[in-house]
Design a protein around this ligand. Structure first.
Ligand code: HEM
Length: 388
């Protein structure tokens, strides 16, 4: 299903019909892939994501993919319990609101530096390249404890990983280089500990919880999970605000108002556009539908977040004052619910008000067109030409 060309910030219109008439329906994923249940309503999405009889293991028969594979343990989103919990428990502390708050100041500093460069460069500039992409990867370097002098290396390689114009071989090279780099860093921190996430992963290696390679994979996975996602939300958030300039004052109305505005943007824009994939490990029921062990499920977060039953009367509108915006499922739900959500929220709370405060005349450059990523798992702009 494709988006309407005149509504690039809205999910494909067909989902409204599915929610009303066939909220859990069988769909084909094309040749070579099993069929799967498409879940489009908010309450059903939460019920499936919270159901312990579902798996995220890409190698399980019936998993809705054309390319079944086994993922390394450190990519714990794709692990079931007990492996998933082993990693998640180690990391939960690292992403608690208090720890993330400590990153607000460095994030503000990194952002201010990128804005200075953007302004010095002058218009026309690509906001994706100048701000949206570098900021999250620099913040993750800070969180992991990547030394400042390696930030450029880390940034360049992580950019290749999510670049749709490079070859598979280039991606594999970048992935290998980052993996090796992180493994070396884990080993260094085991010898010379510091106050950072890599050191704490190294302590788990010493304790025999997992291997140094697993620890490096966790670092790479955090980068993978938190880089392009946040970048997309920054780009789309700016575009949504271009379309609703009347709502901009909400970003400056106070801390709570800003937090609500960010939740609403997360709901309205729901970047996980291809849905979350699961496979049933046992029979279970969702409403009147029986799901059999081995059935694949695709949970459409973008549809669930536009469900009128939950966001009554105005689900398709952006309303930065929406009181129940935080009920969205843009970060998923259940045991795999986004680990980095407080980090993502904090980054958006720093960037969105500041970008318009520093450049009040910010707008799409005349005669230029925004390019979107219609097929990527995480939706967003790949090119956002701006002037001010
Ligand atoms: C606005 C930005 C973000 C969005 C919309 C987002 C969305 C999501 C979603 C929907 C899931 C659930 C996947 C599933 O259940 O299949 C998820 C999981 C995850 N996210 Fe995020 N994410 C964002 C930013 C981040 C950041 C900044 C980080 C960390 C640096 C991060 C780390 C993770 C991890 C580690 C998981 C897997 C959790 C688990 O399996 O226990 N995410 N994210």
């Amino acid at each position: 299903m494709t988006r309407e060309p005149d509504a690039p910030l809205d999910p494909p219109r067909q989902y409204g019909g599915f929610r009303r008439e066939a909220p859990i329906t069988r769909v084909s994923l094309g040749p070579g892939a099993p069929t799967a249940w498409l879940v489009t309503r908010w309450d059903d999405a939460r019920a499936v994501l919270a159901n312990p009889s579902t798996s995220t293991d890409l190698s399980r028969p019936g998993y809705p993919t054309r390319t079944p594979m086994t993922m390394p343990p450190g990519f714990f989103l794709f692990q079931d319990n007990p492996v998933h919990d082993l990693f998640r428990k180690v990391l939960t502390r690292e992403f608690m609101v208090k720890r993330i708050e400590a990153l607000r100041e460095p994030t503000t500093r990194i952002f201010a530096g990128l804005m200075d460069e953007l302004i010095a460069h002058g218009p026309v500039a690509d906001l994706v390249d100048a701000i949206a992409l570098p900021l999250p990867s620099l913040v993750i370097s800070e969180l992991l404890g990547v030394p400042y002098e390696d930030h450029v290396f880390f940034q360049e390689h992580s950019k290749v990983l999510i670049d749709t114009t490079v070859t598979g071989a280039q991606k594999a090279t970048a992935q290998g280089a980052l993996g090796d780099y992180l493994e070396t860093l884990v080993e260094q921190r085991r010898k010379e500990p510091r106050d950072d996430l890599i050191t704490r992963l190294g302590e788990q290696v010493d304790a025999g919880t997992f291997s140094a390679r697993d620890a490096a994979d966790v670092g790479a996975f955090l980068l993978f999970a938190g880089h392009e996602t946040t970048a997309n939300m920054i780009g789309l958030g700016v575009l949504a605000l271009f379309e609703h300039p009347d709502q901009l004052p909400r970003l400056y109305a106070g801390k709570a108002e800003l937090a609500t505005a960010v939740e609403e943007l997360l709901r309205y824009l729901t970047i996980a556009q291809t849905g979350l994939a699961r496979v049933a490990t046992e029979d279970f029921a969702v409403g009147d539908t029986t799901i059999r062990a081995g059935d694949g499920l695709i949970i459409m977060l973008n549809s669930a977040n536009r469900d009128e039953a939950m966001f009554a009367g105005t689900a398709d509108e952006l309303d930065l004052t929406r009181s129940n915006a935080r009920q969205h499922v843009a970060f998923g739900y259940g045991i795999h619910q986004c680990l980095g959500q407080s980090l993502a929220r904090m980054e958006l709370q720093v960037v969105l008000p500041e970008v318009f405060r520093r450049l009040p005349g910010l707008r799409i450059a005349d005669g230029q067109e925004v390019i979107y990523k219609p097929h990527a798992a995480a939706y967003g702009p790949s090119f956002l030409p701006v002037t001010w």
